[in-house]
Design a protein around this ligand. Structure first.
Ligand code: HAM
Length: 420
């Protein structure tokens, strides 16, 4: 038997109805907050992520699905959406339009990670990106958007972890101080971290080895090295969050797994879901557009994990009000009755009602069972005999009341009953 690749999921009904429900909320919220949709390819030139996400990140060094296509180009399945969105922004010269430009996307991302609860190799993100504004109000807005979304779903036990990772000026200073702090312990580090030490010592914070983590105790944080501009920006972000009553915890060790961040970096954590508790992550990336060949153009955004929403809903015991019941089920007995039911079914569907009939040649009893299982509000019972006597039965499944109507008034009666 051929099974799905490790770390991927098949989403079956009724799970998919839950996904659609959440996706609809996200689309509605995007409209309310003024974000318009962008759709970019699932695969991109590998170089985009090398330059965008960063050569020393785990994503680029270990987790990318990279292959050569038949033309010999190095192609990578997108591990995230920010680099692609930034690439499209440059390619379509969107800096020429009204700024800030506010975009959203939704779709699958691919990372070759060790699969576990809440961590997959194909997973789905909803993300927003804002291009063109340096203002801290945008940083505030995107965090407010994410928190508003989770609140609408009924997820409230959340925390924003907030940090500023500074600009290249603060980072150079931090790199210097961090190297100074760690240099005496260079020999004790794992091979990966010794390499990180030279290229990008900040990445040592990502190391999973206990030994390396223990060496970081008391290490200087970027927050200790912020320049005046970055410190000021950070204060403004906090002021906006305070003003909007969005609680946050400052976390000077939050560095995020992607290199493009400048100034604001944040994650939203669900208190209960354990190891994979980050349900959303984002921040500002004022250098990304220039790094991948565009002009000097600030940006800020976030992405939230769709799978982790559903894990969070389950943990929090929240059930979504997903509508999957039928308005009417036609129980037909005999060929002539079936033909009539087929016509009524079509007429009701044109009215927008959720209508269904039996397509399996089932007995009367089995059809009634199906109607029950599909949670039909009404059942129309029609046999060849009833049809001859012009007596079609409509049964209200909620109170089991039955009424007999003429064949000519079946659809009209059903529409009236449903609408009332
Ligand atoms: P990220 O933190 O790598 O950021 O991913 C964002 C969210 O995607 C995570 O908080 C998590 O919910 C979900 N996620 C990540 N990896 C997996 C996985 N393997 N399985 C399931 N869910 C996962 C980014 O991707 C940035 N592009 C976010 C961003 C947008 N920053 C600025 N703009």
């Amino acid at each position: 038997m051929i099974t799905r690749p490790k770390g991927t999921n098949d989403f079956l009904p009724p799970t998919t109805a839950g996904w659609q429900y959440v996706e609809n909320i996200l689309r509605e919220m995007a409209a309310v907050y003024g974000y318009r949709e962008i759709r970019t390819p699932i695969f991109e030139a590998t170089e985009l992520f090398q330059r965008g996400v960063g050569e020393t990140t785990d994503i680029v060094t270990k987790e990318m699905y990279t292959f050569s296509d038949k033309g010999g180009r190095s192609i990578t399945l997108r591990p995230e959406g920010t680099a692609s969105t930034a690439r499209a922004f440059i390619e379509h010269k969107l800096h020429g339009g009204t700024l800030p430009l506010k975009l959203f996307y939704m779709g699958p991302m691919f990372r070759y990670e060790r699969p576990q609860k809440g961590r997959f190799r194909q997973f789905h993100q909803f993300g927003i990106e804002v291009f063109g504004s340096k203002e801290a109000s945008v940083d505030g807005e995107i965090i407010a958007f994410a928190m508003d979304f989770y609140r609408r779903l009924g997820l409230t036990d959340l925390k924003v972890r907030l940090n500023s990772v500074g600009c290249p000026v603060c980072r150079a200073e931090h790199k210097r101080r961090l190297q100074e702090f760690l240099r005496p312990h260079l020999e004790e580090m794992c091979g990966d971290c010794r390499e990180r030490f030279e290229k990008n010592p900040l990445r040592i914070f990502d190391c999973k080895q206990e030994k390396c983590q223990s060496l970081l105790v008391g290490a200087p944080t970027v927050a200790d090295c912020l320049c005046e501009d970055c410190r000021d920006h950070f204060e403004r972000v906090k002021a906006y969050l305070d003003e909007a009553d969005i609680p946050y915890d400052l976390d000077p060790f939050l560095v995020r797994g992607l290199d493009y961040y400048t100034k604001t970096a944040f994650e939203i954590i669900l208190n209960e879901i354990g190891a994979q508790s980050a349900i959303c992550g984002g921040g500002r990336y004022d250098g990304l557009i220039a790094d991948i060949g565009g002009s000097d153009m600030p940006g800020v955004g976030f992405a939230l994990g769709m799978e982790r929403i559903f894990a969070a809903l389950e943990t929090a015991g929240v059930t979504l009000p997903v509508e999957d019941s039928l308005d009417v089920f036609f129980v037909a007995l005999g060929e002539s009755a079936k033909t009539h039911c087929f016509a009524w079914l079509e007429a009701l569907r044109k009215e927008g009602l959720r209508a269904e009939m039996d397509h399996m040649g089932k007995s009367f009893k089995a059809q009634m069972k199906t109607a029950d299982r599909e949670k039909a509000a009404f059942v129309v019972i029609c046999g060849d005999n009833e049809l001859e006597n012009n007596e079609i039965i409509i049964k209200n499944m909620a109170d089991h009341a039955q009424e007999t109507v003429s064949a000519a008034s079946v659809t009209e009666t059903i529409v009236r009953r449903i609408k009332s």
